[in-house]
Design a protein. Structure first.
Length: 277
């Protein structure tokens, strides 16, 4: 009788183990095939639909290759001769229109802002990949460098865009690299949310910010809030291990992921960079 009871318990335990294994495998498969939907939340806009920005802008559509185009909005200054240009790489939501409100942080200081939409965001077309983001960023830099020298180009990344911005600054010369709410790497960030899966194997988007900023020759300034619920402060702070002595990690107490713009400390440091010679 005791043996039969033990066999029954063993079968029951194995049945639950099999169920747990199936659920785990299904979760891994879902993570792999739906990662683009998890990571990116674009909003597509018809190319003929105009933006209605309060600031003076110029919109450009550039053919990236035979199958895709890059949509760029240039926010212009009131000055006849701008001090420089900020190449702005935005986060994972919507499109340029969602981030346009931040352009005045730079135009008020005499800098043009060139914002790019990633493939599949806004009016940009093509298939989104990590390499595609890098390629489009490089093309944006080449365009800006025909007008502005490297010491008048600031590369700026926000959230998702910090990976793209860091890569570009590691490859091209610039006045400064500024990162707002960055991650150590996309792999480490997703591993934080799903620690039971081999994220480094499953994830197609690595975006190793820590690797790139170690290669940047220009000064690097990082802003991050201690109350960030999207990219934990602890994850971003790991970047200090890859930073050079000239670089700065600016901690903004109690700030979240999307409200650094509400804090005077953020503006004081940003303005000091933009107003420096």
């Amino acid at each position: 009788m005791a043996n039969r009871l033990q066999v029954h318990k063993k079968k029951k335990w194995l049945r639950w183990l099999n169920i747990a294994l199936v659920v785990y495998l299904l979760g891994g498969i879902t993570l792999y095939f739906l990662q683009d939907y998890i990571l990116f939340h674009p909003e597509v806009i018809q190319r003929n639909k105009p933006y209605n920005f309060s600031e003076k802008t110029r919109e450009i559509n550039v053919a990236a290759d035979e199958e895709s185009n890059i949509n760029i909005v240039q926010f212009l200054t009131k000055d006849s001769v701008p001090r420089g240009v900020v190449l702005y790489f935005h986060g994972n939501r919507k499109n340029i229109g969602w981030y346009a409100a931040y352009a005045s942080n730079f135009t008020a200081n005499g800098y043009e802002v060139w914002m790019i939409d990633y493939a599949g965001f806004g009016k940009s077309t093509g298939r989104l990949t990590e390499q595609k983001m890098y390629d489009d960023a490089a093309q944006l830099y080449i365009m800006s460098h025909t007008i502005f020298p490297a010491d008048r180009i600031i590369i700026y990344g926000k959230s998702l865009g910090t990976g793209v911005a860091s890569w570009l600054a590691a490859k091209r010369s610039c006045k400064e690299l500024i990162l707002e709410t960055p991650y150590y790497s996309m792999t480490s960030l997703l591993q934080y949310y799903v620690p039971i899966y081999p994220v480094s194997t499953l994830l197609k988007y690595k975006l190793p910010v820590h690797t790139y900023i170690a290669l940047v020759n220009a000064p690097v300034t990082i802003f991050h809030g201690t109350a960030d619920k999207v990219i934990p402060y602890s994850n971003a702070h790991r970047l200090t291990t890859a930073m050079h002595p000239k670089d700065r990690f600016i901690t903004i107490e109690n700030a979240g992921h999307n409200n650094l713009n509400d804090y005077p400390q953020f503006h004081a440091v940003l303005d000091s960079i933009l107003q420096s010679r």
